[in-house]
Design a protein around this ligand. Structure first.
Ligand code: NAP
Ligand code: GLV
Length: 316
């Protein structure tokens, strides 16, 4: 079996060696410009269009992350770019849920205990004790209850704050109040009403683009917090700046941005109430990813089905 590999800015040899150990007998190659030769599988992150376009014989594309928006963008721009009949398979957890849970727990505790405000006070050499937010009123809403969102919701609930979640289809999670349906529908409004900290873990699709906007912010508790760990395309950037300026939101923690790396002159760098991390809330872990993908390639080779197949029409 022939496998094409592409991961920008990474040590390809460590990945190719790991894949070779997990799939002895596979012919592995890192894609090079001009390589149009057949392959059975592609293991990629943010691949160039030429790597995928009409690749002969491709059975499945394994995305080295949970979000497949970069690959689906090709298909939206030029329908038919993805090889016909090739499955698109994304990573499912593979060590990301634990990292994401830690990241969001940290943000929840930081805002609950007002450590963000103490950091600003320290910069002004001010000594004031602040009353913590009442825990029972610090409702955390998790937008997206998939592989990551459901585990993040459980991890946040373990901190003792009320947690609720929203997804497209109905879900039942112990200790979490769940809401479902269409974005902007009645259930969505009920989910947002009373939320003090909103965590976004939706996939980037045409339906979810710009979902974090002024209209949504106005439905949260006044002075709410935003944690965006999904994609930059979810956030209307000027609406966030306006919401911080007029007190609709108190602060935001952002891991993802419309343009990454965040440009030097971006106003987010100058806003002290925005905390920035460089798309690092949940990294792809090499050993875990290789093991999950190798197991799925072997299952497909045996003619079995696998989980994590992206529904192209739905976009995730
Ligand atoms: P997932 O398992 O596909 O979960 C997506 C969730 O969003 C599901 O609960 C889904 O509802 C819900 N959803 C999708 N479209 C919706 C809509 N229009 N209305 C309401 N709910 C909708 O994805 P995941 O593995 O949890 O990952 C989520 C996202 O996190 C990824 O797509 C990626 O963008 C981001 N991510 C970021 C990082 C980082 O480092 N910052 C790392 C990993 C992932 P159903 O359950 O009903 O389908
Ligand atoms: C990272 O952003 C991912 O989608 O895995």
């Amino acid at each position: 079996m022939k496998i094409l590999f592409w991961l920008p800015q990474a040590d390809a040899s460590a990945w190719l060696n790991g894949l070779a150990r997990a799939l002895p007998g596979a012919e592995l190659r890192e894609w090079q410009p001009g390589d149009n030769a057949p392959a059975d599988y592609a293991v990629v992150w943010h691949p160039p269009r030429e790597l995928l376009a009409a690749r002969p014989g491709l059975r499945a594309i394994f995305n080295l992350g949970a979000g497949v928006d970069a690959i689906l963008a090709f298909e939206h721009e030029i329908p038919g770019t993805l090889p016909h009949d090739a499955l698109l398979v994304r990573l499912e957890d593979s060590g990301m849920a634990e990292q994401m849970s830690e990241y969001v727990q940290h943000a929840v505790l930081r805002y609950l205990r007002r450590f963000d405000e103490y950091a600003l006070a320290q910069a002004r050499r001010e000594w004031h004790v602040l009353a913590p937010h009442p825990r029972e009123a610090f409702t955390v809403g998790v937008l997206g209850l998939g592989v990551l969102g459901s585990q993040v919701a459980r991890a946040v609930a373990s901190l003792g704050v009320p947690v609720r979640g929203f997804s497209r289809s109905a879900k039942k999670l112990d200790g979490i109040a769940t809401y479902s349906g269409a974005l902007h529908g009645a259930q969505f409004d009920a989910f947002l009403d009373g939320v003090k900290l909103l965590v976004n873990l939706l996939p980037a699709t045409p339906d979810t683009e710009d979902i974090l906007d002024a209209r949504l912010f106005a439905k949260l508790e006044r002075g709410a917090y935003l944690v965006n760990v999904a994609r930059g395309s979810h956030l209307v950037e000027q609406d966030l700046l306006d919401a911080l300026a007029n007190g609709t939101l108190a602060a935001a923690t952002l891991d993802v941005f419309r343009k990454e790396p965040l440009p030097d002159d971006h106003p987010f760098w100058r806003e002290p109430r925005i905390t920035i991390t460089p798309h690092s809330s949940a990294l792809t872990l090499r050993d875990e990813a290789i093991s999950q993908i190798a197991d799925k390639i072997e299952a497909l080779a045996r003619g079995e089905t696998v989980s994590g197949i992206v529904h192209l029409g739905r976009g995730y």
